[in-house]
Design a protein around this ligand. Structure first.
Ligand SMILES: [Zn+2]
Length: 429
């Protein structure tokens, strides 16, 4: 039997094991129609305990770091070689889907189960990583970024963020939540990097696609070219003046809603221009509202609050668009007698996936007969933190209907099997 055929068969036989992990995860972290696996809460902990117990049954090495990330290791033939790391996060958004994140950890364990059962010993150590708190931003407010676990493991998490992050409902700091979960947040410092690029052959993350592209193109698997960075104004405002909607002529108004609408249209036109010039960009105003205590049918609106979310694979495009937003805000403010306060744009730079790994993933898909194509990732992933920290990083997307960050994610196990076969093919390299 050829290696490709042996990999295909071994991974196929590991699918009932993978499916039982998905089922147990869903049953034990269910919340309404979806799942809730809160960072450093009981749902995420259940996921970590389940993965660790399964890894022990496979006789893998099982360890955690100070931030609670999980490492499950199958020793390779030459333990002196830099290891493969594969994995993803085990937390979820509130009432999210069962596959976002977990698919990457379960794929890694399914590969190691297949290797164990069929007596494949990889050349180098393979570490399956269960990452903590990737989705922090959907549970916590305050001045912090998400991806807590991966940044802690890489030694690039500013400890101040653990105090700055406050739970949206309880107001509790992340540091306190970590303490309650049995971790010592003070031990997480910039110097405490658990992982280094020199000791890692590459970081591979399998993840469901969170957009509609694979579904629309009829492809089961995608190879990620890069992860879009973002520039975000989280709390932008437009300040005009409330006045009588009947009595005040156009030239005396300071209408915050029309000014904000003009800014949105201006940015939409700038987006279109970037696309026509061949650039990569998505632009969203996901929050836009007036003050429910003051607004009324018969008032010219005096104030709006809104957000701006710009994402691109090109840093220059993000910088261009933030300049556009500021100059448009100034011009529209003058013209319409309002003042915009956009606040700071949080910048998260784009991450390019490693060219060698992308090439190998393409060759692997071909060898295994898997229909795949290259595509950017619009959503953020732990892989971007690895890429930014100087690791070689690659990602495999698996087709998923109905989008993500909702309970209706739909990944077919047959597609998951193909993505996992490709992962296995890589991890034997
Ligand atoms: Zn995810």
């Amino acid at each position: 039997m050829s290696t490709s055929a042996a990999i295909r068969e071994a991974v196929e036989q590991a699918m009932p094991f993978a499916e039982s992990l998905f089922d147990r995860l869903k049953a034990n972290t269910a919340d309404g129609a979806g799942v809730s696996r809160e960072p450093y809460g009981p749902g995420e902990q259940y996921a970590h305990d389940l993965m660790a117990a399964s890894a022990r049954e496979l006789e893998l090495g099982v360890e955690s770091d100070r931030a609670g990330n999980l490492y499950m290791t199958l020793p390779g033939r030459d333990r002196s070689l830099p290891a493969w790391i594969t994995g993803s996060h085990l937390d979820s958004v509130p009432v999210g889907g069962n596959y976002d994140g977990a698919a990457g950890v379960i794929a890694g364990l399914a590969v190691l189960a297949a290797f164990r059962r069929h007596g494949f010993t990889p050349l180098r150590d393979v570490i399956v990583m269960g990452v903590r708190a990737e989705e922090l931003g959907s549970w916590y407010g305050g001045n912090h970024q998400s991806h807590i676990g991966s940044r802690a493991a890489l030694g690039v998490l500013p400890p101040a963020e653990l105090q700055a992050a406050r739970h949206s409902r309880s107001g509790r700091t992340l540091a306190d939540q970590m303490r309650a979960a049995g971790f010592d947040p003070d031990a997480i410092t910039n110097a405490a990097a658990r992982l280094s690029p020199e000791r890692c052959h590459g970081y591979l993350e399998l993840h469901i696609e969170q957009g509609p592209v694979l579904e629309a193109r009829g492809l089961p698997v995608g190879i990620v070219s890069g992860i879009r960075g973002s520039a975000r104004a989280r709390n932008a405002r437009c300040i005009g003046a409330y006045s009588h909607s009947g009595a005040v002529p156009r030239e005396y108004r300071s209408d915050a809603v029309l000014a904000t609408a003009a800014l949105c249209v201006g940015l939409d036109q700038a987006w279109s221009a970037v696309q026509c010039a061949g650039g990569d960009l998505v632009f969203t105003v996901g929050k836009l509202y007036t003050d429910g205590q003051q607004h009324s049918l018969t008032k010219v609106p005096g104030e709006t609050w809104f957000s701006i979310d710009l994402r691109s694979q090109e840093l220059a495009t993000l910088e261009h668009m933030t300049r556009q937003a500021r100059s448009l805000a100034e011009a529209i403010g003058r013209e319409r007698r309002v003042r915009f306060d956009l606040g700071a744009f949080d910048l998260s730079p784009p991450a390019t996936m490693d060219a060698v790994l992308r090439g190998a993933l393409g060759a692997g898909a071909q060898a295994l007969g898997i229909a795949a194509h290259e595509q950017p990732s619009g959503a953020g992933h732990d892989a971007q933190d690895f890429a930014q920290a100087g690791f070689r990083a690659g990602m495999i997307f698996v087709r998923n209907a109905n989008g993500s960050h909702n309970p209706h994610e739909a990944m077919a196990m047959a597609d998951f099997c193909l993505g996992t076969q490709l992962l296995a093919w890589m991890l034997l390299r």
